[in-house]
Design a protein around this ligand. Structure first.
Ligand code: EPU
Length: 416
């Protein structure tokens, strides 16, 4: 199993380029199911989750190629409507094929994802929405079996603004008969990017990026040729890396407008961040301030930055309360950070972090994608050597992480 070895204590300096957004690329790849023909998606990062989605689409009969940041998907000949357990269990986002399969093929059989490291994460709202659109859905033997001659437009209220749920329903509604309105929709930039991609295929969508999305169904769509947005969480993680090491880093190719809550909180923590179009100049302070944060749906502070923020707070001057408002079990990194000397206690959805002057390197284990990013940050500032085991988690969501960090002067290497 691969491990990342970090010798801490280097101030990061230099320039880093941000890759395309994983969580925008995944639904846009699934959208290729909707239109027969050759779909091209640009700025797609080389990541394990992208490869998994590629394998799933290949299984469905779609030709998949990923070269030099461009994914080409030929979806002329769909051969099956089944997303098997073996693929879905390795990546929950596989459920994104449910809406498009049902819309184009009138049928879908998708394995239920089951639990994961960060919580139970049900998909009841995806199912409820499709049922409102006229789908007959039966759950049996761990699979969702869905059927609909043609989906019908409906008004769907989501109890929780689920991101992939909104995406699944929006994709399904593009080919439905009539108008679908999704109320309390997720407003995340990735939802908006998917909507833009769908519109470029000929879909009629208004309001994406707000909590009410209106989709006018059309009879058919054209293949995609689309460039995905930069990854706001990768950008946020590199701002945090500059901040925690007291370094000076230019972050290129990010969308500052997608990072407002993250920038606001990191500034409050004492990190100096200057905007330029398409890039940020970041300078870390001698010592970070302790600030409280609560994760919320967009435009609130993202849950995908919670663990990284905790790493900063672990070495801040004071006590910080970090409240997780999205997932019930997203504090798996706490026990590992404690191994590095962090002083953190968790009670319910809130972690109390008492900043310490210094973390000390130790062997730790990555438990999920963002947890592993937080351990990298802690390792960068810790005295001595940190060894992060189960590195495959980080490869799900950070493209060439050690190469990018080394480019900023960090002493990191991968060991097989
Ligand atoms: N929920 C329900 N029922 C549903 C759907 C969701 O109760 O039918 C609950 C979830 O259990 C959770 C909350 O709603 O408590 C929000 O979950 P959401 O559905 O929005 O999450 P997701 O769509 O499964 C996406 C990202 C995650 C990110 C979350 C929140 C993708 C592929 N994944 O997940 O990204 O944390 O939104 O912003 O877009 C990551 O990249 O590391 C990651 C986990």
């Amino acid at each position: 199993m691969e491990r990342l070895i970090i010798e801490g204590g280097v101030r990061l300096e230099g320039t880093v380029d941000i890759s395309g957004a994983k969580n925008a690329a995944l639904p846009i790849m699934a959208a290729s199911i909707l239109a027969p023909g050759v779909n091209r998606i640009h700025n797609v990062p080389s990541l394990r989750d992208i490869t998994t989605m590629g394998r799933l689409l290949t299984h469905l009969g779609i030709d998949f190629m990923h070269d030099n940041g461009t994914v080409v998907l030929d979806s002329d000949n769909l051969q099956t409507v089944e997303a098997p357990y073996e693929l879905v269990k390795t990546m929950r986002a596989s459920v994104l094929v449910l809406g498009p399969l049902l819309a184009r093929m009138g049928r879908a059989r998708v394995s239920l994802p089951g639990g994961c490291a960060i919580g139970a994460r049900p998909i009841d709202l995806h199912i409820m929405g499709l049922q409102k659109m006229g789908a007959e859905i039966e759950l049996s033997e761990g699979y969702i079996n869905a059927r609909a001659e043609r989906l019908r437009g409906a008004t769907i209220y989501l109890d929780i603004p689920t991101v992939t749920g909104t995406e699944n329903l929006m994709m399904a509604a593009t080919l439905a008969e009539g108008v679908t309105i999704i109320e309390n929709a997720a407003c995340e930039p990735e939802v908006q990017d998917l909507a833009n991609a769908l519109v470029s295929m000929g879909a009629r969508i208004e309001g994406a990026g707000t909590s009410i999305i209106r989709i006018n169904g059309v009879d058919s769509l054209n293949p995609l040729d689309y460039r995905v947005i930069p990854d706001r969480i990768e950008a946020g993680t590199f701002i945090a890396a500059a901040g925690i090491t007291g370094g000076e880093v230019e972050i290129r190719g990010c969308r500052v407008d997608h990072l407002e809550s993250v920038i606001a909180k990191l500034r409050e923590a004492g990190i100096h961040i200057e905007h330029k179009p398409g890039r940020l100049k970041v300078k870390g302070p001698e010592r970070l301030n302790a600030v409280d944060v609560r994760t919320m749906p967009y435009p609130g502070f993202p849950t995908d930055m919670q663990a990284q923020f905790m790493a900063l707070m672990a070495v801040s001057d004071g006590t910080s309360l970090i409240t997780e408002g999205i997932f019930e079990n997203r504090f798996m990194h706490v026990a590992e950070m404690r191994r590095l000397g962090a002083d953190i206690i968790v009670e319910g959805a809130t972690a109390t972090v008492r900043g310490v002057r210094m973390l000390k390197g130790a062997p730790v284990m990555a438990t999920d994608l963002r947890a592993s990013a937080s351990l990298v940050l802690a390792g960068l500032v810790a005295e001595g050597r940190t060894v992060i085991d189960r590195l495959y988690h980080i490869d799900r969501g950070y493209e060439r992480i050690e190469e990018k960090l080394r480019g900023l002067g960090a002493r990191v290497r991968r060991e097989r």
